[in-house]
Design a protein around this ligand. Structure first.
Ligand code: FPP
Length: 236
């Protein structure tokens, strides 16, 4: 898939719900609607790959009820959106550990991945039970017998899943909603040269216009990847 790779840390669901006088899980439910909005808006903004941080490995430490609501929201999202994704050319894949997921969620995952495998308009990657450090350690472990590890090989192994033998590529932009400014163990390797965009907007309120604002900000940044400007280099 061509186009920008954008990663989103969807933060602020709980605080948004509390501000309405609602329970935290109500914020997650609204958050699932924001996911639908950004997936719909992404292709027209030049985004080819969208990686959403849906559930971090550290999120298992949340109260049991909140974990189970999140898991069932994810399952329902996959079940209800797959047909829509096929119609709109959206390929779904999941990154993260699979061995701790409920069998019903796992089968929703494989069904969504298999049904959308041929889609090429947008690659939607949902990070579930994901930890970037854990992913890096597992990739390193799988290469333990390899004599020469290159960056490209490592990146490919890191991104490898059942269907994907090639890396999804570096991340161009990381967006974090909810006002905090940190990466929280998300795509640490892949975002080595990512631009970071933080907004106070809470995730349940995030929409197409906010995504567009972030992309406009990205285009206004001077991305040098450690080099100097070509024109400046010629002049010096
Ligand atoms: C962070 O907000 C958000 C999460 C831990 C979960 C993200 C999940 C969704 C948006 C819903 C389901 C996702 C999909 C793909 C359908 P928080 O609870 O940490 O908010 P807080 O910082 O205000 O407490």
């Amino acid at each position: 898939v061509q186009g920008l790779h954008v990663g989103i840390i969807m933060d602020g669901n709980g605080r948004w719900a509390a501000a309405q006088g609602w329970q935290r899980v109500a914020g997650h439910k609204r958050g699932a609607q924001s996911v639908r909005r950004v997936v719909e808006a992404a292709p027209d903004l030049g985004i080819g790959t969208l990686t959403l941080y849906a559930f971090s490995s550290d999120n298992w430490q949340r109260p049991e009820r909140e974990v189970s609501v999140l898991m069932s929201l994810l399952k329902r999202y996959l079940q209800s959106e797959t047909a829509n994704c096929v119609a709109n050319g959206v390929r779904i894949s999941i990154i993260g550990r699979r061995d701790r997921l409920d069998p019903a969620l796992l089968s929703a995952i494989t069904a969504a991945e298999d049904a959308t495998l041929h889609c090429t308009t947008l690659h939607l990657r949902l990070a579930i039970d994901y930890s970037a450090r854990d992913a890096i350690v597992r990739a390193a472990q799988s290469l333990a017998n390899c004599k020469l590890i290159t960056r490209d090989l490592f990146a490919d192994v890191l991104a490898r899943d059942k269907h994907d033998l090639r890396s999804a590529g570096d991340v161009d932009l990381i967006i974090r909603t909810g006002g905090e400014q940190r990466l929280s163990d998300f795509l640490l390797w892949e975002s080595a040269y990512a631009e970071l965009y933080f907004t106070n907007r809470m995730w349940p309120e995030f929409g197409a216009k906010d995504l567009s604002d972030a992309i406009v900000a990205l285009h206004s940044r001077d991305r040098r990847f450690g080099r100097v400007e070509t024109t400046a280099a010629a002049a010096s």
